[in-house]
Design a protein around this ligand. Sequence first.
Ligand SMILES: [Zn+2]
Length: 322
Amino acid sequence: MTNYIIMILSLTIASFIVSQDVYAGDDETKYHNKLSISVDLVSEHYEVNKIDFLLKNYDFHEINKKYATTLGRDSDPKLESDISKTTLLLRKLGWSFITAPGLRLWTKILYPKSTISHFDVEGAVAFTIDDGFCGLDNSEGCMLEEVRELLNEYDAHATFFIAGTHCQNTPIHEVNSLIEDGNEIANHNMMDWKYDKYSVEDFEFDLLLSKNILTRYNQKYSKWYRAPFGTLSDNIEDVIDKHGMIHVLPDAFAHDTYIPDPNWIAKHILKKVKPGSIILIHMPEKGVREWNYEAIELTLKGLKAKKLKVLNLSEIDALKSK
Ligand SMILES: [Zn+2]
């Protein structure tokens, strides 16, 4: 809840502040040359083990040093037992209060027009899963196969928003199987932290580095983007627009990283969901947000009972334009 309040406040403040970044044309050209050369070299010579090389990228580490902040997983509970029953109850009450007017309305008030939180379609919803596939700190924790099977069991498709650094502990063929089954992957930057302090060029470098990772799987790079923590800035918006990407927020979300109770998460989502909704649950890993596996299962069960088709973002988008 506190994260969300901070996000709302900072977005409100940010919308009143004119960006102070000034870019000289020459610097920009120099920067783009550097970027395209380094990324091209990577794809040419390190095809087999691209992710290892990208994570060792010198510029990536220099930029990270400049903006280092708390990762989502480091401030949230890892296990259900990490927070007391009272804290859990207060968090549920707080989130229910904040979301009472609905996240569609909050998105409309707090975000630019280009950010979407739902689609105008009947009979279907979109499912999104953030922070795939597995943190760098959890080498044995990947649950992608389990989640893939669960989606198949319910004839459901999802869009996975991927943090570039979360790809190292997941075999490439598992991600390709996920895509073959009708799911989709999309850009969630390299790090699961806030990017609102990044300069235009540093943000773009990070975004293209994660694009480079995503494009090694068997899927055409998608236009969908989700800002880590849902935090935008003028710089982020500029870069996203330049690359023709669309920022996607959920309208059915139970702050599942902060409120570790699968029954409550599913119930909250099913209460908020409407035709055209964009659902969000974060990726479960063994020992980190693992409760979300059950939350996904209960949510899929509830959606089936409501006779709502569960699609990925590109599928529901295609439905809209029919
Ligand atoms: Zn995230």
